[in-house]
Design a protein around this ligand. Structure first.
Ligand SMILES: [Fe+2]
Length: 651
């Protein structure tokens, strides 16, 4: 009996063992069939505007994939909610030397002031979760610009990666609310070397802040740049590739995007001469002209980005190809109203004088001036130093080839510098450029992200013989250069119209066309008694297609007028509202006099612009108002500005 029981137990055990083996081999064959894709190289990229992002990654398998996105606040215990949005990925096979496949997806419809979480892949095989945030979709913001990380350039991949990661960490710790990371090109040393791309992409900051890619001469010799960095609104036509062959093992194309009042246009400057096979600089200029004609009015600033600095201070300053671009580009950029050009390639920092039509715009602009005032056509050109420390170029000496166009002559005001540069700097320390976008100025700074100490590959490896930085006086975060660009706006007084978020639903209003500054011109002196100026607001379009036919009203008030410490009351501004295009039952509100006339509150208190009664027809109307400013004759001379805030009400 005991023996028999034992035999039964032994048989049962054997059966269980057999099952366990079968289960194990079953798992193995299942895994081989599905082969979950390895998801690598994930990077958050800039989208077509502030409400978009593009995520790009590599996949080991050619499977359907997507980006999943949700407000971070909606995640429970790290799990995405059922309501999470998904964005289908596109992509194709990588070139053979890269192996695998590339995927990218465009995230659209982002909301303001929101922290988001995202991951890539598919059900059952998601990447880790990453996060980014949005901020206000209007108004001021900062972006950061990074010259040539060129990972692998020093010959020591780990040291290059360490310097690159440290610059990202330092710059974003100092500027956690920066909204864009803009590339100066040369992400890596060797175009298709994936170990270099892995090192470049290693820092998680590149999954938290959008990278705006720029192609450099070290990126152009293969497809890996395009495989890793998908960009919005990209024109991949033959003329914008150096060899004229987009399908070949090369990268290229020009692209543009608008991020909160800045139109960025990013060019493949590797292509500059038709002799290479592409469209040369003429193709880039046609592209820039076309984009500015179509979209320039949608932004207040125009920033160009490309790799090959045309006004730079170091090894590449006298390169023949840059002399070509220096003749081809500047007059067109002046004529197109470009404000700022960001460049790389020369691994040194420079800030140009204001350049107009290929010459110094104002012979009297002083070296290192803290404030510059471009008249029409004045353009500022900035060259970024190495963001990683992988390679530095030393400042070179001017020659006798002249002080305009392609010339590399000396600056009469500072003969050790090139004629075109206000500031040149090389200390052999890592740095980055910070740009503050404000409604009436751009502030451009070059900031140290390292010292002579490690991580600083080129110094550590003695690729350069010296390092000219005193950590005590020039620590991490200190300023190499700072300049404020005050745009040309004529001589008059101006009103900035500030547009808040439109009311939800089908009732809304918007500024009609480009919301330019309202220019009241130069006030006229009325017999020493008072000053008077007039103008009109940018037209406002109201639309209402709600079934409720509910009443609505639009009102506005103005701030005090200010110029530095000088001010006068907004009450001196009066207006006469009018209907520019009738519809939607719109009626103009009554006129309001300047306080100069009636000692009232003028527009310093909220006043109606227009309104409609309950039961009005559906449709749209265009509202306007003539402005009348009368200020006391005792007001101080100055260029004053005020903000008109518009408010809509509807039940
Ligand atoms: Fe470079």
């Amino acid at each position: 009996m005991q023996h028999r029981t034992s035999r039964v137990a032994a048989a049962a055990t054997a059966a269980l063992l057999g099952l366990a083996v079968a289960l194990g081999s079953g798992l193995g064959s299942q895994a081989a069939a599905a082969d979950p894709a390895a998801l690598t190289g994930i990077i958050l990229g800039v989208g077509a505007n502030e409400s978009q992002r593009i995520v790009t990654w590599y996949s080991s398998a050619d499977t359907a994939q997507k980006v999943q996105l949700a407000p971070t606040a909606s995640l429970a215990g790290g799990d995405f909610p059922a309501s999470a949005a998904t964005f289908a990925a596109l992509g194709g096979a990588n070139i053979a030397t890269s192996g695998g496949f590339n995927r990218h997806a465009t995230i659209t419809g982002l909301q303001e002031h929101t922290a988001y979480s995202y991951r890539v892949g598919t059900e059952g095989n998601w990447s880790p979760t990453y996060a980014f945030k949005t901020q206000d979709f209007e108004g001021d913001y900062d972006f950061l610009f990074y010259g040539d990380p060129q990972i692998g350039s020093s010959g020591d991949l780990a040291k290059d990666q360490a310097g690159w990661a440290d610059t990202l960490d330092v710059s974003l710790a100092a500027n956690p609310n920066a909204e864009l990371l803009v590339s100066g090109g040369d992400q890596v040393e060797t175009a298709n070397t994936e170990t270099q791309w892995n090192a470049f992409l290693a820092p998680d900051k590149l999954r938290q802040y959008p990278w705006a890619a720029t192609i450099g001469n070290h990126d152009v010799g293969g497809k890996a740049y395009e495989q890793h960095l998908f960009t919005p609104n990209t024109d991949r036509s033959a003329g914008l590739y150096a060899n004229g062959q987009p399908a070949s093992n090369t990268s290229g194309g020009d692209y543009w995007y608008i991020y909160k009042d800045v139109l960025f246009i990013d060019l493949n400057s590797n292509s500059y001469a038709t002799a290479q096979g592409g469209g040369g600089d003429a193709a880039h200029l046609a592209y820039v002209t076309d984009v500015i004609n179509q979209h320039g009015a949608e932004a207040k600033w125009k920033v160009l980005v490309y790799h090959h600095a045309i006004y730079s201070p170091a090894d590449h300053a006298k390169d023949g190809d840059n002399k070509v671009r220096r003749v081809d580009f500047p007059t067109a950029f002046s004529n197109l109203g470009v404000d700022l050009v960001l460049q790389g390639h020369d691994h040194s920092y420079s800030r140009s004088y204001l350049i107009k039509n290929g010459q110094k715009a104002d012979a009297n602009e002083q070296p290192g001036a803290p404030d510059v005032y471009p008249g029409p056509g004045g353009v500022l050109y900035v060259t970024g130093n190495s963001a990683s420390g992988s390679k530095y170029y030393d400042i070179t000496t001017p020659d006798n080839s002249g002080t305009s166009g392609a010339g590399n002559g000396a600056d009469p005001l500072n003969p050790s510098n090139y004629w075109y540069n206000s500031v040149q700097n090389q200390e052999h320390v890592r740095s980055y450029v910070k740009v503050e976008v404000r409604n009436d100025r751009l502030v451009v700074q070059n900031l140290r992200s390292g010292t002579c100490a490690a991580p600083n590959a080129a110094v550590e490896l003695r690729k350069v013989a010296w390092c000219n930085n005193t950590a005590a006086d020039q620590p991490v975060g200190s300023v190499v250069d700072k300049v404020t660009v005050h745009p040309y706006q004529g001589d008059g007084q101006q009103v900035q119209v500030n547009v808040p978020t439109g009311a939800p639903g089908e009732f809304g209003w918007t500024i009609d066309g480009y919301n330019g500054l309202v220019d009241l011109g130069t006030a006229q002196d009325r017999n020493g008694d008072y000053f008077q100026a007039s103008g009109h607001i940018n037209p406002i379009v109201v639309s209402d297609s709600r079934r409720s036919l509910a009443p609505w009203s639009i009102s506005a008030s103005v701030s005090d007028f200010r110029d530095g410490g000088k001010t006068f009351s907004g009450a001196y501004l009066g207006w006469t509202p009018k209907i520019l295009a009738p519809g939607v039952g719109a009626q103009a509100s009554g006129p309001v006099a300047s306080a100069w006339d009636d000692q009232g509150g003028g527009l310093a208190v909220s006043r109606g612009l227009g309104w409609a009664n309950q039961g009005h027809p559906k449709g749209t109307a265009q509202l306007g108002a003539d402005l009348d400013l009368k200020i006391p004759g005792t007001a101080e001379k100055g260029d004053y500005r005020a903000t008109l805030t518009i408010t809509a009400l509807s039940s």
